[in-house]
Design a protein around this ligand. Sequence first.
Ligand SMILES: [Zn+2]
Length: 308
Amino acid sequence: MTREELMSALSGLRQAQIGNRRAPHKPLLVLWLLGRFVASGSTAVTYDDVEEPISRLINDFGPAVTNRSRARERAAMPFVHLERELWDVRDRDGNGMGPDVPERGSWLRTRGAQARLFPEVEVLLAEPGTLAAAARLLLEQHFTPALEGPICDAVGLDLADLDDTVVYLPTKKKQRTRRAGFAEEVLHAYAYACAFCGYDGALGRHPAGLEAAHVRWHNHDGPDEVHNGLALCSLHHTLFDLGVLGLQPDMRIQVSQLYVARSPAGQAVDALHGRPVATPRPGRPSVDVQFVQWHGQQVFKHPAASAA
Ligand SMILES: [Zn+2]
C-alpha cells in the first residue's frame, strides 16, 4: 500500500451511509485510532477497549441516536464494517472475522473480538506528515471547521503539533472548495450580528468572533449561498454544529434537552429556546426550509427542551 492508496481508502469511507443519515462512525473510529497510535505507537485494540469511547464519540459528534438501547454499543458498527483493506478483525483465537458478523456489542465481547490497522498502514502513519494529513482529510470530509478542535481534543490529536511535519498529499477525490464571497455575504445579510443572540462585537472595523455558518454542511452538499447560511457568534456556531442548538421550521431556535450548564453564562444558551432567529436584511433570502430540515435530521440532538 502506498500513501496515495491509504488516502484514497480513507476518503472512500465517505460512502458509509445509513439510509440518508449522516454516518461519521468509521471516520470517528479512525480518528480515535490515530490518537491512540500517536500516544502508544500501536492501533491494536479489543472491542472492549473501543466500545465506550467510540460510542461516546458517535453520540457526541454523530447524528442523534434513534434507538436509545443501542447508544452504548454504537461502536460495533464501525468496528465490524471498517474496510478490510485497512483493518484486520479477529476473534480471541486469532481467526479472521469478516464484515458480515453481527453488529452487536455483546456478541463481539463474548468472542473476544480484537482488531488492528494492518502493519503496512501503521508504517505509513509513522512517516512524517501522513497521520496529520489523514486526520485532516477525515475532519474536512465529515465535519465542520468549528468541530475540528472539539473532535481533536476528544481523540487526543494535536494537529498544530503534527502539522509541523505535514506533507500535503494529493487525494483522488477533489474537495469542493468554499466559495470566497460566502462569509462576507452572510455576515452582511445579518448586519454583522449573531442571528441567535445579537452579538455584534468588532475589533476596529472588523467583526470579531462572528462567523458564517452553513446550515446544511458544506461537505454534505450544502451550497455556499445566503439561503443556506447564518451569521453566528463563535460560541453559537460551535453549538449549532454540535447539534446543541437547532432550528424549527418556523425559524425558532431550539435547544437540545441533552445540553446541561450550571453557570449563568452556560444557562444563557437555554434561554435561547423558542426565540426567533434574526431575519436577514430586506432583499436577502432567509434560510431555506429544506436546509433547516437537513440540520434537524442530521445534526440536532433530539429531543428539544420542552418549554421556552
Ligand atoms: Zn450568538
